[in-house]
Design a protein around this ligand. Sequence first.
Ligand code: SF4
Ligand code: SF4
Length: 451
Amino acid sequence: MNIKTFKQGLRLPTRKTATEGKPVETIPAPKQVVIPINQHFGAPNRVLVAVGDHVKRGQKIADAVKPGSLGAPVHASVAGIVRKTEQHLQSNNTDGLCVYIEADAERALTDTAFMPPLDAFACSKDEAVARVRDAGIVGMGGAGFPTHVKLSPPPGKHIDTIIANGAECEPYLTIDEASMVEKTSLLIKGIAIVMRITGVQNAVVGMEDNKASLVPALEQEIRSAGLEGKVSIGLCRTRYPQGGEKLLISALTGRETPSGGLPMDAGCIVSNVGTFIAIAEAFDMGKPLVDRDLTVSGSACKTPKNIRAPIGAMLTDLPQCFMDVDYENLHKILFGGPMMGTSVPTLEIPIQKNTSGVILMTREETASYAEGVCIRCGRCIRRCSCRLSPVLMNIALNTGDLDEAVRAGLMDCIECGACAYICPARIKLTQRFRVGKQLLRAKRQAESAAR
Ligand code: SF4
Ligand code: SF4
């Protein structure tokens, strides 16, 4: 098979052996879940339940304030009683409104209010898109963009390729691989459903060549589904950040996504493999997005695993359930992978729809260095897969010149961390770009409010 790739990027130590090949274990229902009501990119939700209400697993507990706005509903992940709605620290390190549900001791996972199954190939396109929305499905690879919106590109956008992103290029994470092994049939079915909704006749499962062993099973499933010639496997060189959607598009189709553009501007719809599986479950079982499969790893986790947890389960529930954490040496907690994940200060944080992994790191694993002075070596430029000039963006941000940082490419930065990783002066480039983007958004909001 022809191995594809993109330009620049890094070869990183993968550190996946601790959980590679391990099955996904379902954790017992926790006593309580804390479910953030806004787990998507877009307009805010409002709470639909009151304190004291009995809710079933799969019942909608939050939805858009304004019907029709960009958003996705949120559902109870366990059956139980709503105890309170309160602000709580979330995985992005901001406080957000959460619904606290005390789980029913007997029927937390069995007392359900799922939707009736729906035949995706017999219903209308509008019904199918509505099902994806009603199931609360958002991109599970990180950004949390509402999936039903992706499936309805605006007029004038010609989509000809669906890409299932199974690259999983972040070190430590193996949950996409485990899902592709255990839910091959649901993955291919989810792809078929998206092809049916969008009318696109070409789809590719993109993954790095360190997962080449999965190809025969995927090809077998594609044949069984009668999708030969329409769905293919695209093997890409194991190279960071291969899972970035623009880079995956470039590797698989040879197309460039324009600056400031979206995958649809390159004729593609890209979603994580977990999202396709969630779509298939929403049709086959009527199941909303109430569980999340994730990897828990890192040297401070003595029993690294791939697990399935109800959304809203707290990290503190995991050790209580069945994980063994080396608290003495626990130095850093990361939501997501070590390159693009967010460091959080406590285990008192709920698992969300976009939590692909939690990495518990020791001090030895998290070498911290003092920042030096830029020596203008240009390595950051050579490694930036988006072909930006990190050094110039950094200089502009250091002088407070946001416009110059934008001209140097700030808004096209995918925050992959490759430049910071390679920088000999250990300059926290990616961190600065994140802050720069926040400052820019705040500036634009202020300008718009002033207008
Ligand atoms: S890699 Fe670091 S030291 Fe080299 S040019 Fe870029 S910012 Fe400067
Ligand atoms: S500038 Fe952004 S996209 Fe380029 S390497 Fe750095 S973090 Fe990645």
